[in-house]
Ligand binder design. Structure first.
Ligand code: DHE
Length: 550
């Protein structure tokens, strides 16, 4: 528990950067005295708890900048109290919540008066060193060796155990539990659907062959020390050719061979912020998607506010289109035609729209809510406004519906056509499906256990009402779990689009579950419980993920 604002709970944890040993940078006059031991403790705490918001180099993002010019102005006592008590703007109350001891708060206040520590780079030599081709392509099966309905398989992140569970979409049977990087952030599929790729928070990428008798990892590589995104080439003719992964540290992306994960090309994202054109040393790679219109990866760079269209048709003569969008790009997805990509610049309250056919920015839309957080968003056909894409918000209960049909509904295109009011703040993900009449909105980071344990559902054919009402599904209650305070997170549909799965995400040592809801009746269909289902979070249906159906 990180205090009482939803935004405060949404902070990073457990970066492996904390394991690194870094010398104290050159001492300057007035530097607070720190022993190497204290400095090691501070580095570990900083990279695990603080860097996600404030940046490794403390240049600020979701959290304020903490470079010494600023921290020294504020002074030791101010910093100590701020760390202890937090702030309503989202800084967790590390001291009073008991997460940090008084001694640790003291160490951190002194630490941020010093120059930031720079963790090591991670280039081709380190990547190749980490690369493991466990089963070379010639030793892999030439046809599917199992009776799994691969298209309806779900890859489920088991966050704290550093694994994914592959769960059958009809029998709910766990087909395999696979060791991966720590806290896998997302799973993505190769275009053919044969290979599943995961990326851990620690930068470890796994390539899993779903054709094997029991699906298993065939290649592995570490692409950095802190990462969130992975994708594969989706353009016709480039099926299963390349994979790409982005990292937070070092700030870069790497294009890999789609059969072996051999690293081919690393590109740094360091450079100028799009608007003020000043240098940023740590522009992190946020979401990545693959264009269906061109042989391009769409790479979103957080701190510089640039969307990169990386042309993979000739990686020796790499062409990158650099779109000026907005700072703090985070997560996003396609509209229903897959031509437009919508991505949240979350700390700026905006959504940027890219036309992936023309390769340029179409619009920048103010969502009207606080901190839009769509995941990949949800596409629905609104009874009044036609095709719209939805995002919920981290900071309030609103859901913004944005028109996405410039041909059929030009007056509504790229505008917020309607705002819905769901359960409360702290939402992370929305979900729908072409076959569904429902829009689901979670609120896992809401401080109220009843809200974070439920999901709001809007009926699409009733959205033309003045103030559309929602139905509340008490997912945690349905799971039968009474211990802890599990959060309900990220709905994901099955292939047919007639049921939706939610994770009941509990503490590591407590029971968690997946609750399956019948989409037609909105009634409980099944509860998947298994002692191996430790801290389930993201779920990725193979068919929907590889075809960008959401
Ligand atoms: Fe995520 C998507 C980054 C916290 C679960 N998260 C993403 C993406 C990014 C990102 C860049 C988009 C990837 C893409 O599409 O290529 N997430 C971050 C963070 O930086 C942040 C704020 C803090 C951190 O330290 O990681 C963060 N995320 C979380 C969580 O606390 C969640 C709930 C649980 C967890 O595992 O850590 C979480 N993030 C997810 C999920 C997705 C995601 C399930 C994919 C949603 C989808 O449907 O596509």
């Amino acid at each position: 528990d990180h205090g009482d604002t939803p935004a405060a709970a949404y902070e990073p944890s457990m970066s492996t950067l904390g394991q690194l040993k870094i010398e104290i940078p050159g001492r300057k006059p007035d530097d607070p005295v720190m022993t190497q031991e204290e400095y090691d403790t501070a580095n570990k705490i900083y990279f695990e708890r603080c860097a996600g918001c404030h940046g490794v180099l403390r240049k600020g993002a979701t959290g304020k900048p903490l470079t010494p010019d600023i921290t020294r102005e504020n002074g030791y006592e101010y910093l100590r109290d701020f760390i202890t008590y937090g702030s309503p703007a989202g800084m967790p109350n590390w001291g009073t919540s008991g997460e940090l001891t008084e001694e640790e708060v003291d160490i951190m206040a002194r630490y941020i008066l010093l120059d930031p520590a720079q963790p090591p780079e991670f280039g081709m030599a380190e990547m190749r060193e980490s690369w493991k081709l466990i089963v070379p392509p010639e030793d892999r099966p030439t046809k599917k060796m199992n009776d799994i309905d691969i298209d309806n398989l779900f890859s489920v992140t088991l966050r704290d155990s550093g694994q994914v569970a592959l769960i059958d979409g009809s029998s709910y049977e766990i087909k395999a539990i696979i060791d991966t990087g720590y806290a896998v952030h997302i799973s993505r599929l190769s275009k053919s659907g044969r290979y599943l790729f995961t990326v851990g928070r620690d930068g470890l990428v796994n390539m899993i062959d779903l054709w094997m008798e029991t699906p298993a990892t065939v290649a592995q590589i570490k692409i950095g020390t802190e990462a969130r995104s992975i994708e594969t080439s989706k353009m016709d003719g480039w099926d299963d050719r390349y994979a790409v992964a982005g990292s937070y540290w070092p700030p870069q992306y790497v294009i890999m061979d789609g059969d072996t994960l051999e690293p081919l090309k690393i590109k740094s994202t360091r450079g100028m912020i799009y608007d003020e054109q000043s240098y940023h040393p740590e522009p992190r790679v946020a979401s990545i998607v693959a264009s269906h219109y061109r042989p391009e990866f769409i790479i979103n760079v957080k701190e510089t506010g640039k969307i990169l269209l990386v042309d993979y048709s000739d990686i020796k003569n790499l062409k990158v289109t650099e779109i000026e969008a907005e700072r703090f790009l985070h997560d996003g997805g396609f509209d229903s035609t897959k031509r437009y990509f919508l991505v949240a610049a979350n700390a700026r309250g905006k959504v940027a729209v890219v036309d992936t056919k023309e390769g340029k920015l179409t619009a920048l839309i103010e969502t009207g809510g606080q901190t839009p957080h769509p995941g990949r968003g949800a596409n629905i056909v609104h009874p009044k406004y036609g095709p719209v894409w939805a995002t919920s918000h981290l900071g309030d209960e609103t859901v913004a519906l944005i028109g996405t049909d410039p041909e059929g509904h030009p007056d509504h295109a790229w505008k917020v056509v309607q705002t819905l009011y769901a359960l409360g703040g702290g939402s992370l993900f929305v979900k729908s499906h072409p076959e569904s009449n429902h829009l689901y909105v979670d609120a896992p980071l809401n401080p109220d256990a009843e809200i974070s344990g439920s999901v709001a559902v809007f009926k699409i054919d009733e959205l033309n009402q003045e103030e559309p009402e929602f139905v509340t599904l008490p997912i945690v209650e349905w799971s039968g779990i009474t211990e802890g305070q599990p959060r309900v997170v990220q709905g994901e549909f099955n292939k047919a689009g007639n049921e939706i799965w939610f994770s009941v995400w509990n503490g590591k040592d407590l029971p968690s579950a997946i609750v399956v809801v019948d989409d037609k009746t909105l009634k409980l269909k099944a509860v998947i419980k298994d002692e191996r289902l430790i801290t389930p979070t993201g779920k990725f249906n193979v068919y929907n993920t590889r075809n960008d159906v959401y």
